[in-house]
Design a binder for this molecule. Structure first.
Ligand SMILES: Cc1cc2nc3c(=O)[nH]c(=O)nc-3n(C[C@H](O)[C@H](O)[C@H](O)COP(=O)(O)OP(=O)(O)OC[C@H]3O[C@@H](n4cnc5c(N)ncnc54)[C@H](O)[C@@H]3O)c2cc1C
Length: 402
């Protein structure tokens, strides 16, 4: 029996899930990761039905767990700290699991670690695709310097995130595919609950064009997410992140809660500060090179589906490769045909989902207040839940199921 050999670039959720699935169907996998070591647990993730179904088939759902607390309280607040009852993850249709990105990555890492020798500090620097294989030059950087090797693979999977090197080498420059959402994101894990709140409290401070969210986790410090609109991403990157965030929430005084959140962001060792982009591509593959996850279709965090779609994409890739032995190009075509309508729909709704995270106008802000008050009304609650469930329907679609 011929063993097929795949190169998987990236050890995020997409890369590790692909490695696990391809191993399951008998492929040999080589995994490379640009970073020198595994990364920190990162930020919150809601895992909707699409991702749960794929994780279950991959055998990692139990290990992913759920950090949704039993005694969570959620509030909508204003700058002075005044609070009203709000909505949390537990109130969303489809019972999404609330986890850290690292919970999903660790569950996958543990499943592959016994057989996957991950090459850290390694990145592709050249791809040369032929009818019968892809020659990939891999550069490894260590304290002793750089070394390069060229190896042949039957398939290359670029799961190397928003600013993918595989995409650049095989499909073209970032500018051809990145569509700006004109919003900046700052995220970190808080060192302590905000004064006046318990660690099981979540809250949202939403104003037109900017918002701050605090997500509570069971047995873990809460996470904060700042979002704000911008017309000039480069200017935002040009300043220290906390300064950009302060300016975005000014010129009014921040008030006690925002001040506490920004100070904790400033003091944190591990923060994410980035601009939101979608990736839009006419095709995610050539004959033997395929992109997956954020590298192919980054949905933005506002869709809440990036992790779920990376899991589903990896799961489905294994299925179509298994169905088309020795014919990777046909497998990739079948894979994309099945996945693309789903991803297209989620990319479209991400724009609407953005308004839930960051009201764009005063009217959006008022609509949010009205929705929350209707959800507190026993009569209107059932209707409102039905409306919201309809909006969330596609997040539970088991697109990788066969
Ligand atoms: C704040 C925030 C909140 C989010 N919330 C949710 C949510 O609620 N629900 C949800 O489903 N999704 C959410 N997402 C999105 C989700 O986290 C991503 O879509 C998902 O993690 C993407 O995984 P990935 O494997 O495709 O890419 P990444 O996680 O970006 O992983 C890429 C990997 O490739 C490596 N790499 C990069 N370049 C190279 C190279 N040249 N060579 C080798 N390795 C390389 C990187 O170091 C990294 O390890 C959120 C995202 C953010 C930022």
């Amino acid at each position: 029996m011929t063993t097929h050999r795949a190169l998987i670039v990236g050890t995020g959720i997409g890369g590790l899930a692909t490695a696990l699935r391809l191993h399951d169907i008998g492929w040999e996998t080589v995994i490379v990761e640009r970073a020198a070591a595994r990364r920190s647990p990162g930020y919150f993730i809601a895992l909707f039905g699409t991702g749960r179904a794929a994780a279950e088939r991959l055998g990692v759902l139990d290990a992913i767990g759920n950090r949704l607390g039993d005694d969570t309280r959620n509030f909508d607040i204003d700058r002075s700290g005044r609070r009203r009852p709000g909505m949390g993850h537990g109130d969303l249709p489809g019972a999404p699991r609330l986890v850290l990105r690292g919970d999903v990555e660790s569950s996958l890492f543990d499943a592959v670690s016994s057989w996957a020798g991950i090459r850290y500090g390694t990145t592709p620097v050249g791809l040369d695709e032929h009818a019968d294989g892809v020659d990939v030059t891999l550069r490894t950087t260590t304290a002793a310097g750089d070394t390069e090797v060229t190896e042949r693979f039957d398939l290359v999977v670029g799961a190397d995130g928003l600013r993918s090197t595989v995409r650049r080498l095989q499909f073209g420059p970032d500018e051809d595919f990145l569509r700006p959402f004109h919003h900046m994101i700052g995220a970190t894990i808080l060192q302590r609950p905000v004064a006046g709140f318990r660690s099981g409290d979540g809250f949202v401070l939403a104003e037109p064009g900017r918002s701050a969210w605090v997500f509570p986790f069971a047995n873990h410090q809460p996470g904060v997410l700042f979002n704000y609109r911008t017309t000039d991403e480069q200017a935002e990157f040009g300043r220290p992140a906390p300064e950009s965030i302060r300016r975005a929430f000014g010129p009014e005084p921040l008030g006690p809660v925002l001040e506490d959140l920004v100070q904790q962001f400033e003091a944190a060792d591990d923060v994410l500060f980035d601009a939101a982009y979608q990736v839009r591509m006419p095709s995610w593959h050539t004959g033997r090179v395929v992109l997956l996850g954020d590298a192919a279709w980054c949905l933005t965090l506002y869709s809440g589906m990036g992790a779920s779609s990376a899991l589903a994409g990896a799961d489905l890739l294994g299925t179509t490769l298994q169905r088309n032995p020795g014919a990777p190009a046909r497998a990739l075509r079948e894979w994309e045909q099945k996945l693309r309508p789903f991803i297209g729909a989620v990319q479209t709704t991400a724009h609407k989902d953005l308004v839930m995270f960051v009201p764009q106008t005063r009217r959006d802000r008022t609509a949010r207040t009205v929705t929350l008050s209707l959800l507190r009304n026993p009569l209107a609650k059932r209707v409102m839940r039905g409306v919201i469930a309809q909006q969330f329907r596609e997040k539970s679609l088991d697109v990788a199921g066969v």
